[in-house]
Every structure is written in structure tokens, then in C-alpha cells.
Ligand binder design. Structure first.
Ligand code: PGA
Length: 252
């Protein structure tokens, strides 16, 4: 499977800033033809990605979507609007949306349906809210993934993002933990995906230092980078990281 490396800028990068970001990033990753790269921007900056990334080896997308295609939903943005801007990816169910807007698994699945209806790939974020036992975490994630059976596995990416590992002051989950959870997700998805292997990426305080070891873990198909990737040079460097052979630890 091709390694996937993506970032969400979260509520950062005005359209003017996004232009500078993408103009810096594009040449720095132009050599990475054997990997899939993506940048998820705020709705207001996505048109800049369409403008600046046309023909590049970096896909673009959104950080959320409304489950319905159109109608009386003030302030919301629909999947056809994102598809029209050339989005290939739409993130759904991020921890911060579940936390700030009370998004439920049911709503997240309705968003996956909307994304796939419009031919885009859904990046479905799963993960526990607090540090819990391994068995409990696997149980929680199985619940979050339960509805995915209904969807096209070829247009799915699962992002494991334990909320305790996300954001300023946090540190990434340990590589062993990530390997175990990703294995569990892989077997959970195996039944649902009809032989298609759904990529599973890890997110939560990924940095240039932690990336090689995380990427070297079993069942880790890629990385989802947050705040560290707000510098396009760092994102480009993480995108170039080679998986560390197991036993070779670079994580701090
Ligand atoms: P972080 O964000 O890298 O800033 O922790 C990760 C994420 O939310 O995907």
C-alpha cells in the first residue's frame, strides 16, 4: 500500500495564508510520487488549493461536511459544494467536532454517506476520549466503526486519533500502543471491507521526531499531522520520512 501523509490545518490558514503555504509546499514534495499526500483546509481556503495544487501530487479536501446535499442549514457546507471545489478527501468525526458539536457516530456515518455519494474519500477519525485499557479502547473503536460496513471500502481511510494525544501539551501515543490498536482496527475492518484493505493512519502530536517510528509500526499506513504541519517545511519533511525498522526507536 502507498504511504499516506496528510494534514489538517484545523482553524488556521486564511485563503491568503493558504496560498503562501501551498506555494511553499508544492515544490518541496514534488518528488514524492510513490506516496499519497493531502492537505485539508478550512472551507474558505479550499478554492486556493484548487488554484494552487492543480496537477500537483497533493490532494486537497475539507475538515467536515453536512450530511445533506442542500437545503435550509444555515452556515453549513455540503458534499456537492466540496466536490465542486475538487476535494478528493473529507475528514469526518474528528475529536474536536465530537467534543465541540456533540457529533455522534450516527451523524459521522451520515457524513461518510454524503462524502461517498459525491465520489470523495472519507477520512473517518476514531479514538478514545481518555486513556483506557486496551480492551476498552478496542470496544469503543469497534462501536465507532460499526456503521462503516455500509460503505465503499475503496473510498475510506480510517484515522486513529486518541484525543489524549492531540494538541498542544500532548505527546503521541507510544508506537507499541498504536501498533496494537491499528491491528485491532484492521481486523475489525477486514470483515466489512470485502477484501479491500482500508488504509489506517495515525494522528496525534505527530512530529518529525516521532514520525519514523510511528510509520514503522504494523498496520500503520500513514500519518495525519496537525500543528507540526502548520509549517509547510515541516510537513514536507514528515512526508519524506522513511518508516524506521522495528526495534529502531526515534520517538522521544
Ligand atoms: P496534532 O493534531 O498533531 O496537533 O496533535 C492532530 C489531529 O488532530 O489530527
Amino acid at each position: 500500500m502507498r504511504i499516506l501523509v496528510g494534514t489538517s490545518s484545523k482553524m488556521n490558514l486564511t485563503s491568503t495564508e493558504a496560498a503562501g503555504y501551498l506555494d511553499t509546499l508544492r515544490p518541496l514534495v514534488a518528488d514524492l510520487l510513490d506516496r499519497d499526500l493531502f492537505v485539508l483546509l478550512p472551507f474558505t481556503s479550499i478554492w486556493i488549493a484548487r488554484d494552487r495544487l492543480e496537477g500537483a501530487n497533493v490532494g486537497w479536501g475539507a475538515q467536515d461536511v453536512h450530511p445533506e446535499d442542500a437545503g435550509a442549514h444555515t452556515g453549513d457546507v455540503s458534499a456537492p459544494m466540496l466536490a465542486d471545489l475538487g476535494c478528493a478527501y473529507v475528514e469526518v468525526g474528528h475529536h474536536e467536532r465530537r467534543r465541540d458539536y456533540g457529533e455522534t457516530d450516527e451523524l459521522v456515518m451520515a457524513k461518510v454517506a454524503a462524502v461517498q455519494r459525491w465520489g470523495m474519500t472519507a477520512i473517518v477519525c476514531v479514538g478514545e476520549q481518555e486513556r483506557l485499557s486496551f480492551d476498552r479502547v478496542v470496544e469503543i473503536i469497534a462501536g465507532q466503526l460499526a456503521g462503516l460496513r455500509a460503505f465503499d471500502p475503496r473510498r475510506l481511510i480510517v484515522a486513529y486519533e486518541p484525543s489524549w494525544a492531540i494538541g498542544i501539551g500532548a505527546s503521541p501515543a507510544s508506537p507499541d500502543w498504536v501498533a496494537g490498536v491499528h491491528d485491532a482496527i484492521r481486523s475489525e475492518l477486514a470483515g466489512a471491507a470485502n477484501g479491500t484493505v482500508v488504509p489506517i493512519i495515525y494522528g496525534g502530536s505527530v512530529s518529525l521526531e516521532s514520525a519514523p517510528t510511528l510509520l514503522g509500526q504494523r498496520s500503520v499506513d500513514g500519518l495525519f499531522v496537525g500543528r507540526q504541519a502548520l509549517d509547510p517545511r515541516v510537513f514536507a519533511a514528515v512526508a519524506h520520512v522513511e518508516p524506521a525498522a522495528s526495534g529502531e526507536s526515534t520517538a522521544s
